[in-house]
Design a protein around this ligand. Structure first.
Ligand SMILES: *Cc1c(COP(=O)(O)O)cnc(C)c1O
Length: 366
């Protein structure tokens, strides 16, 4: 039985397709292709959903990160803390600003940025900002990181590209006083028909700067900008998908708890079950004994038509493009964590039967 890693057919079923075609048809007739009524509608609804004062749509999740760093004044000569486990775009945003990434080690059980490691890194490097990532959808320990940052006057940008649906200690992701970024790339929990991203913040002044930057500096402030607008078709898709996102995230939680139960006696590491309710379960990673075992498991699952991906094969310090920065900061846990992970299918349409199929296939190879 096939269990695909993603399922766009169910996500974009006939009902969804006919509704979105109607919206697209109206947008074409109106000729309103960039920053239209659905941009405004989505920004308002998404800010409310995530308990933020402002939502600003931008072109993609990497731009969202870069623009936040720009708003904080991060540029050449500045150092920015990045967790050892993340998608490359987090470090890339730092490099694109001309700044230098410094790696902060991760908590071994979760892959999230470790506050104690941050303390140690700050004793050696002056960081202008850190970018904790809510990796896999797990909430990073924002309160503890904030306590460390406050002592050293370091700003925080939360990378929530994988975390639409995640809850922090005090509310949904986006409700903190930090700028928080999202990607709506087609594989994310909330997804466009192409590229889109967003920034959430509480500060009127930051929101104003972001508005200027994303649209060529237009708007009156003497600010240098760029083009990072989100087009109206993408906003129309996102706005429509908001109606169902909560149900889809609930389904992911249910599937995560089914996997936890099915794998409880298996010789694999799963994420701590205290995260069942607070993670968006963007991905469901399991940890294996070694890289070799990980490769064997991947080959076996694929032979059985079970979708799986090794997120992440390398820590950030091991990325070839980042080798000049590998010596900066700490990465011991991140190196041990990366490479032994395989992610199992956890889109909202994975059934109880699918979970049993995946568990049975794992049992054969472990
Ligand atoms: C997807 C992702 C991004 C980048 O988003 P894009 O929209 O592809 O630019 C950044 N950070 C993390 C953790 C991601 O998963």
């Amino acid at each position: 039985m096939t269990v695909p890693f993603y399922n766009f057919t169910e996500l974009h079923n006939d009902e969804f397709k006919s509704a979105i075609k109607e919206r697209f048809s109206k947008i074409i007739d109106d000729g309103a292709f960039v920053e239209g009524e659905y941009n405004a509608s989505f920004e308002q609804k998404f800010a409310k959903l995530q308990a933020a004062k402002h939502c600003l749509l931008v072109a993609n999740g990497t731009d969202a990160l870069e623009i936040c760093l720009e708003v904080l004044g991060v540029g050449p000569g500045d150092f920015v803390g990045v967790p050892g486990i993340t998608f490359y775009a987090t470090s890339e945003a730092v490099l694109n600003r001309g700044a230098t990434p410094v790696f902060v080690d991760v908590i071994p059980e979760s892959g999230l940025m470790c506050p104690q490691s941050l303390e140690r890194v700050l004793s050696k490097h002056k960081l202008k900002a850190i970018m904790p990532v809510h990796i896999y959808g797990l909430p990073a320990p924002i309160r503890e990181l904030e306590a460390v940052c406050k002592k050293h006057n370091v700003a925080i940008v939360e990378d929530a590209a994988q975390a639409q649906g995640t809850f922090l200690e005090n509310g949904p992701v986006g409700s903190s006083n930090n700028m928080t970024t999202f990607s709506f790339y087609p594989t994310k929990n909330l997804s466009a028909f192409g590229d889109a991203g967003a920034i959430l913040c509480q500060s009127d002044e930051q929101a104003e700067r972001i508005k200027h930057i994303r649209n060529h500096g237009r708007g009156g402030l003497p600010i240098f900008g760029r083009n990072s607008r989100c087009d109206h078709l993408q906003a129309a898709v996102l706005d429509m998908k908001l109606e169902k996102i909560d149900g889809y995230n609930q389904a992911r939680k249910k599937i995560a708890s089914l996997y936890h139960e099915a794998l409880k006696d298996f010789p694999v590491r799963v994420l701590p079950s205290r995260f069942i309710e607070t993670s968006s379960w963007h991905l469901y990673p399991i940890g294996l004994a070694s890289k070799e075992q990980r490769a064997r498991v991947e080959a076996h699952l694929k032979a059985k038509n079970i979708g799986c991906t090794p997120f992440y094969e390398r820590s950030q310090s091991e990325e070839p493009a980042l080798k000049n920065y590998a010596q900066l900061g700490e990465d011991e846990n991140a190196r041990a964590f990366a490479g032994t992970i395989i992610c199992l299918p956890i889109h909202p349409f994975v059934s109880q039967e699918d979970v049993a199929t995946v568990a049975a296939a794992l049992k054969e190879i472990l």
